[in-house]
Design a protein around this ligand. Sequence first.
Ligand code: ACO
Length: 323
Amino acid sequence: MIRSVVRGFGAALPKQVVTNRDLEARVDTTDEWIVQRTGIRQRYIAGEGETTASLGEAAARAALDRAGLTPADIDVIILATSTPDNTFPASAVNIQARLGMHHGAAFDIQAVCSGFVYAMATADAYIRGGLARRILVIGAETFSRIIDWNDRTTCVLFGDGAGAVVLEAGEGDGTIADRGILTAHLRSDGAHREKLYVDGGPSSTGTVGHLRMEGREVFKHAVGMITDVIEQAFEATGTTADDIDWLVPHQANRRIIDGSAKKLGIPPEKVVITVDLHGNTSAASIPLALNQAASDGRIKQGDLVLLEAMGGGFTWGSVLIRW
Ligand code: ACO
């Protein structure tokens, strides 16, 4: 049985760190309010010359290096982003060019904060279907460019960055001991559009627009949606919370992460948290967190790693990986 095995991982962050104290000078907020409500202490914000594609390229190069591969070894690039450099071409194609690749295929996936989970599920289907052997899966965002910096209810929450993994076709016995992606579950429901959306776009206003969010409404739905797709992953594989070595959630808000882990019965010491350092980097948050926990030796080969995300749309999903 073909499995999509993680061969390498990497990440990239903009140069500039913006702390909560820095934001106090910009909008009517406090470090205490932000930390207490979200767990965020700082975020990285893209400066001149730093874009979704440049950060994505840097993360991709780091993942390739760790895998001991070069762009020539890659068949497909899938980029999860809601903040592409341009409306078109896809920023994945931009990254392909930056990597000097003229072969293969590259495309973007847009599922907001669930984008990386959607991209991993898509890459897994390509690999298991025999359409590709090695796929670069990237999550890269520059949400700072679609934030209304006068809106204190949203501008304190988001940051920029990128993360990437290389998935490679491997052989397994079809058991949960196999290395690679064991199962993926995706959901969406467009009825929730008004709770989290961007108020512009090429076909509606001809502008880029700004992120708008009813934070309390998002919060109300998040834990239930996340636990729903995780329970689907458990059911599909016959696993339970006790089998999970690491939960690597989308990093939107400390309270949502803690609430989901508690409801599932996953202890805090098995949860990877980076929201304090990166803020909410949307589709980049999971690969950034994966990079951190795999680089510092927490996530080891053979560990059972559960990814989950929920975001605008709403979209939500889970991916279970034997690392
Ligand atoms: N600083 C100080 N005060 C603030 C700020 C701020 N930055 N923002 C809002 N407030 C005030 C509000 O004006 C309100 O004041 P009032 O009581 O005088 O009206 C008060 O704080 C409470 O506001 P709430 O919105 O009720 O605060 P809440 O406890 O719900 O926390 C938060 C807000 C952090 C946004 C929370 O609702 C949340 O985390 N929601 C989920 C959002 C999220 O995770 N989104 C991303 C998920 S999807 C994705 O990743 C794209």
